[in-house]
Design a protein. Structure first.
Length: 368
C-alpha cells in the first residue's frame, strides 16, 4: 500500500482527541481503530498533545467537566505504532515550549526507530497558559518569546537528528554542550510540520518546515480563500529562502461530522457548539467558514474539494463528537466513500502540474 504525505497524491490523516478516555476500554477501542485503518485509506493517525484542555473543548455530550481526561500523546503513539505496520503516527500538535526539545527529540526518535520510520512531528508554540501554570510548568505569556523557543527547539532537534558526533548549540533559550545523541531516527530526518496561520507561522514553514497544517476549527476558522492566501505566501517566502517548494506539504485539519444520512450528521454536529467560541454559530455558518465538514459522504467530498482547489494536498479529519464510537463510524465512511472518490478525481503522477482555481500552478506535485 502506498503511504501518501501530500507530495505524491492526496494524503489523509485521522486525528483522535483522547477524551473522554476514562479507562482501558477506550484505549482498546483506539488500538482497534488503528489496526482497522492500517492498510485502508488513511496514511497517518495523529493524537492531540495536551496535558488537559479547557472543559468547553471536550466536544462530547457525556463529557465530565470536573474530570478532563487526557492520555499522554507520545506513549499513546508508541502503542499505536506497535500494533500497526503502515500508518505514520504523530502528535497534532506538540506545544514545544511545554517540554525541553531534547526530550521531544528523544521521544520522537524512539517512536521512529520502533516503527521503522513512521514518525511525524507537528509543532506549535502552545497557547493556553493555564495548561502550563496549573501544573507548575513554566509559561511565557509573550507569543514572540514562545515563538523564539519554537524555532530554537526545531534547530536543536534537527541538529541532534542529523549530526554524527557531539552537538553544541547556544541559543537564547536552549544550550547544548558536546551532546551525543544516538540512535538516530530511521528517517533522515522525520518530517516536521507547523500549525498556525499568522505571519510568523507562515515564515517558519517556508524557512524550515516540511509541512503546513492550520486548524480550520480554531480561532477565526480557515476558509478556502484564507488557506489559498496563506499557502501562496508560503510558496513565495520559500522561493525567497531558496527552498524547493515541493519540499513542503500543504495540509489542513478540519473537524468532521459524517453519516450515511445527512440529518444524522447534522444532529451529531451539534457537539461542535459545546465550545464557547462556536456556541452562537449555526452549523451552516460553521460549514461555510470551514470549521466543520458535515453531511453525508457526498457532502464531505464537495466540502474537501473546496480546499483541494485552494491548494490542500493532505487532509486531517477529526470526528465530532469526540467519542471512539464516532471515530470508528467516521473512519469507515471516509475509507469506503470519501477517500476513494477524492483520489479517483485527483490522483496525478509526480512530475505533473495542477492548475489551482486562482491560476496558480501547484509546485507541490510538479517535482521542482
Amino acid at each position: 500500500m502506498t503511504v501518501r504525505d501530500g507530495k505524491d497524491g492526496i494524503g489523509f490523516g485521522l486525528l483522535i482527541i483522547t477524551q473522554p478516555f476514562t479507562g482501558p476500554r477506550e484505549a482498546r477501542s483506539l488500538l482497534d481503530l488503528a489496526r482497522s485503518i492500517d492498510s485502508r485509506g488513511f496514511d497517518t493517525l495523529f493524537v492531540v498533545d495536551h496535558v488537559h484542555l479547557a472543559s468547553d473543548r471536550y466536544l462530547a455530550p457525556e463529557r465530565d467537566l470536573d474530570r478532563p481526561y487526557q492520555l499522554e500523546a507520545y506513549t499513546t503513539l508508541a502503542a499505536v505504532a506497535a500494533v500497526t505496520d503502515r500508518l505514520r503516527v504523530g502528535p497534532l500538535v506538540t506545544p514545544l515550549p511545554l517540554r525541553h526539545p531534547v526530550i521531544v527529540a528523544k521521544m520522537a526518535t524512539t517512536i521512529d526507530v520502533l516503527s521503522n520510520g513512521r514518525m511525524m512531528l507537528a509543532l506549535g508554540t502552545g497557547w493556553k497558559g493555564p495548561e502550563y501554570t496549573t501544573y507548575g510548568l513554566p509559561y511565557d505569556a509573550s507569543f514572540s518569546r514562545r515563538f523564539e523557543q519554537l524555532i530554537e527547539g526545531v534547530e536543536l532537534i534537527k541538529a541532534l537528528w542529523t549530526t554524527d558526533g557531539p552537538v553544541t548549540y547556544r541559543g537564547k533559550h536552549y544550550t547544548l554542550e558536546d551532546a551525543r545523541f544516538y540512535p538516530k531516527p530511521v528517517q533522515s530526518p522525520p518530517p516536521i510540520w507547523f500549525g498556525g496561520a499568522g505571519p510568523s507561522a507562515l515564515d517558519a514553514v517556508a524557512r524550515i518546515g516540511d509541512g503546513w497544517t492550520p486548524a480550520a476549527p480554531h480561532y477565526d476558522a480557515v476558509t478556502p480563500e484564507a488557506y489559498a492566501r496563506g499557502w501562496n505566501s508560503i510558496l513565495e517566502r520559500a522561493r525567497n529562502y531558496g527552498r524547493p517548494t515541493n519540499a513542503i506539504t500543504p495540509a489542513l485539519l478540519v473537524n468532521t461530522s459524517i453519516a450515511e444520512r445527512r440529518d444524522d450528521a447534522l444532529e451529531a454536529a451539534e457537539a461542535q457548539r459545546l465550545r464557547d467560541d462556536w456556541k452562537d454559530t449555526t452549523i451552516d455558518q460553521m460549514r461555510e467558514s470551514g470549521v466543520l465538514a458535515v453531511g453525508d459522504p457526498d457532502d464531505i467530498v464537495e466540502h474537501l474539494e473546496r480546499y483541494y482547489a485552494a491548494g490542500v494536498r493532505f487532509f486531517t479529519v477529526c470526528p465530532v463528537p469526540f467519542t471512539m464510537v464516532a471515530a470508528h463510524a467516521a473512519a469507515r465512511l471516509y475509507v469506503e466513500r470519501v477517500i476513494p472518490e477524492l483520489r479517483r478525481r485527483h490522483e496525478v503522477p509526480l512530475g505533473s502540474t495542477v492548475q489551482l482555481g486562482d491560476g496558480h500552478v501547484d509546485q507541490t506535485l510538479a517535482g521542482v
